[in-house]
Design a protein around this ligand. Structure first.
Ligand code: NAG
Ligand code: NAG
Length: 243
């Protein structure tokens, strides 16, 4: 009985440490930036679908903008003009106000934020005139667009965006390129270059131990195979002992 319990503990420990491989990923981007859209739509979005449990994702919608404060007022200057400042505020307000839907287990706050940001970035590139805040909220069953819009058009949105500005400056000042991708809140030129070209490879390089999904990616950490094997063995052993 003692050995069985011990075995269970070992199995849980191994499986636990294996499952917990998770890395903080910060994405510094701008609402109207074509390179940011390309990165989020083509690299980040599909990778997060696959590695949902391995990424602690944080969006920081400020990029190469700047701000000035005069008394209670904050004015922004944005890389792609004033419309981008409004877009960045919609992002900032969405990131703050989007709520998970408890009746639909798939629609967690994190999942809705990812869908919303992905949609905003894609549709803003259509250049339809109006920023796609409302359209994207409707497409992804985000029911509080009125709150997000009110936030984006008020000092609440300015304050949120200003905070993202400060957070961007903490990483790098001035930000050299947009988008910038940082693992563990730290800028690293090699990670940056790899991440924008092949986010999946950069992610796998930064996951230790690397999950099985990383195995077929060239250049990822070779830790995956032995750890995968140990986990498989512990599952088989646990089955044998009827746990
Ligand atoms: C929720 O996610 C699961 C697994 O990804 C999927 O099979 C299911 O169809 C989804 N449900 C809804 C309502 O989207
Ligand atoms: C919010 O600002 C945007 C962009 O300036 C504008 O198009 C929209 O009508 C405003 N909405 C409200 C509710 O004031």
């Amino acid at each position: 009985m003692l050995t069985k319990n011990l075995l269970l503990v070992v199995c849980l420990f191994v499986a636990g440490s294996y499952a917990q491989s998770k890395v903080p990923v910060n994405v510094y981007y701008e609402a109207l930036c074509p390179d940011s859209a390309k990165f989020i739509n083509q690299q980040l979005y599909p990778a997060v679908q696959q590695f949902r449990n391995n990424i602690d994702l944080k969006f920081i919608p400020f990029g190469k903008s700047s701000y000035r404060t005069q008394g209670a007022d904050t004015t922004f200057e944005c890389h792609h003009g004033p419309n981008e400042c409004y877009g960045n505020k919609v992002h900032a307000c969405g990131l703050y106000h989007i709520q998970g839907n408890s009746y639909q287990p798939n629609n967690t706050r994190e999942a809705l934020i990812l869908e919303y940001v992905n949609c905003l970035m894609e549709r803003a590139q259509f250049k339809e005139g109006e920023f796609p805040g409302k359209v994207c909220a409707e497409m992804h069953e985000i029911h509080n667009w009125d709150i997000i819009e009110r936030c984006a058009n008020s000092t609440e949105g300015s304050t949120l965006l200003k905070n993202y500005g400060d957070e961007t400056a903490k990483l790098q000042q001035p930000l050299k390129s947009v988008p910038t991708v940082a693992f563990r809140q730290t800028f690293d030129a090699d990670n940056q270059q790899l991440a924008v070209q092949n986010f999946r490879a950069a992610l796998c390089k930064n996951l230790k131990p690397s999950p099985v999904e990383c195995r077929n990616i060239p250049g990822s950490a070779p830790m995956g195979a032995p750890f995968g094997l140990v986990t498989l063995l512990s599952v088989i052993l646990a089955r044998m002992f009827h746990y």
